[in-house]
Design a protein around this ligand. Structure first.
Ligand code: HEC
Ligand code: HEC
Length: 443
């Protein structure tokens, strides 16, 4: 249909779609376009108690716990064990990755189950493993099936998918918590209109608009690599329960699949302790932009920032969103892998996932603030350097990656130089010597 339109008409149509979308947005949503985020605040006492809990090395029957303390299943003994790069609250190395799993719909099960395969357990009968999970979620056998008048070889279908997930830095989390759902939705709508305008104008190289992670209750997910939590408080509750086995007022401690029903105990953290931990995480300072003192390097970093906008990185890594300047994320989901590049194997699951559930290769644009101090990169920590991370952007980001590759070596270095100005906050507390070494556990 589009082929019949002349170039001028296409441009006109594209521009009018864009203009009406913009007009609608300004008319309908104006107050939400200018939210103001303020530095999160809490009482000093509460934050200090929270920091103590964040650094505390938990033991079974811990004196600080109201329940059974560490475990029964856990990944580490303290929060800081995984969140320490660039200071307390930072990201973690690959050795701190967590194994998560998803069970896709199969054999009459329509719900997606999600969980963590814990690295440690207090007793051997609570031990979890990827293989052991198949006792609960069985492989659907394939084989030769008759389809129409042919025999078709159907592969076995294992409904379980596991992923190795790298710990993110928590700096500035309290600011992200304040970004209104409306800002993310408006941004996504504007992006969809722009992308549609581009298609109508026959520019097929534009970046496809991402989609917001809409949770079961309709809220927008902002936290986690897949945007699986709407608020910082909920993520903290889940981290306590899953990483350390600390039951709390919002979530019971994680229990191994084999013992689901039989492990009801008192929550480990009481209301006051949980509130303190959330207050600490909420007020961890935000990352900073620190330009090099050397004038030549500084000019290169400034130039790199301009290129970052020009070649399209800023389309997804939006420099400002919902009143939070310097966050560099749109909090939308994208697919950065090209199915053809993974040896012809398609990543699309065999059974349909519920519409709002992210596809296996769909990930949320991570905030780039503090990125200089949070290597390695990507959800799995599989990219050791910033350059490697940029080169790994295929799929929805393909045209932008191509534009990056076509830059001169000097310009590419400038983009990376700009990313290196995005640092962990200088006030971040260095991990106490007591905790480093002692908390490190063999994996
Ligand atoms: C074994 C390592 C490990 C431990 C221990 C750990 N975390 Fe994490 N943390 C992670 C990983 C991995 C992620 C990324 C998870 C994801 O996105 O699915 C993460 C993400 C988070 C996030 C979300 C940040 C964001 O912006 O999306 C918060 C908040 C958090 N952790 C808080 C805590 C707190 C509080 C504790 C202690 C109770 C803790 N974590 C203990 C590994 C750990
Ligand atoms: C289509 C949207 C999109 C575009 C365009 C894009 N990115 Fe990304 N970026 C993402 C997503 C999504 C991820 C996370 C992917 C994952 O973890 O699997 C990411 C990850 C990153 C990371 C790793 C961050 C971390 O904490 O691990 C860096 C660095 C980065 N991008 C820089 C860039 C630069 C520089 C450009 C431009 C050359 C760019 N991106 C263009 C969506 C985009």
């Amino acid at each position: 249909m589009m082929r019949g339109l002349s170039g001028r008409w296409r441009r006109w149509l594209g521009l009018s779609v864009l203009a009406s979308a913009l007009g609608w947005l300004v008319w309908n949503e104006a107050p939400a376009l200018h939210p103001v985020a303020r530095a999160p605040r809490s009482s000093e006492d509460l934050v200090r108690t929270g920091l103590t809990l964040f650094e505390h090395v938990w033991t079974p029957s811990d004196p600080l716990a109201k329940g059974d303390g560490l475990g029964p299943v856990f990944n580490e003994r303290s929060c800081v064990a995984c969140h320490s790069q660039g200071g307390v609250g930072g990201g973690g190395e690959v050795s701190r990755n967590v194994t998560t799993f998803e069970v896709h719909p199969a054999s009459g099960r329509t719900k997606v189950e999600e969980g963590v395969i814990h690295a440690f357990s207090l007793s051997s009968d609570c031990r979890e493993s990827r293989v052991g999970l198949n006792d609960f979620f069985q492989v659907v056998p394939g084989g030769l099936k008759v389809v129409g008048s042919c025999f078709v070889e159907i592969r076995d279908f294992d409904p379980i998918r596991s992923e190795s997930i790298n710990p993110t830095a928590l700096f500035g989390g309290g600011w992200v918590d304040q970004i209104p759902d409306k800002s993310i939705i408006n941004h996504a709508r504007l992006r969809s209109a722009t992308a549609l305008g581009e298609v109508i104008m026959a520019n097929l190289n534009g970046v496809k608009a991402g989609r917001a992670r809409v949770l079961a209750d309709g809220r927008i997910g902002k936290f986690g690599w897949k945007g699986q939590f709407a608020t910082l408080k909920e993520f903290v509750a889940s981290a306590c329960a899953n990483e350390i086995g600390l039951g709390n007022p919002m979530m019971a401690q994680a229990t191994p699949y084999a013992h689901h029903a039989s492990m009801k105990v008192q929550p480990d953290l009481d209301d006051q302790q949980f509130r303190a931990l959330v207050s600490y995480v909420d007020t961890i300072p935000r990352p900073i932009e620190e330009f090099p003192a050397d004038p030549t390097l500084r000019a290169a970093a400034d130039h790199g920032r301009a290129l970052f906008e020009k070649i399209g990185c800023a389309i997804c890594h939006a420099p400002s969103l919902g009143g939070v300047d310097g966050v560099y994320s749109d909090f939308l989901l994208y697919r950065l892998s090209d199915p053809k590049e993974i040896g012809g194997y398609s990543e699309v699951p065999t059974t349909p996932l519920p519409d709002d559930h992210p596809l296996p290769d769909e990930w949320k644009t991570p905030a780039l603030w503090g990125v200089a101090d949070s290597a390695p990169y990507f959800h799995d920590g599989g990219s050791p350097t910033l350059e490697a991370a940029i080169n790994r952007h295929g799929g929805d980001a393909k045209t932008v990656t191509k534009a990056f590759e076509e830059l001169s070596a000097e310009d590419r270095a400038a983009v990376v130089g700009f990313l290196k100005t995005l640092k962990a906050p200088r006030q971040a507390k260095p991990p106490t010597p007591r905790s480093s070494g002692y908390y490190a556990m063999a994996h």
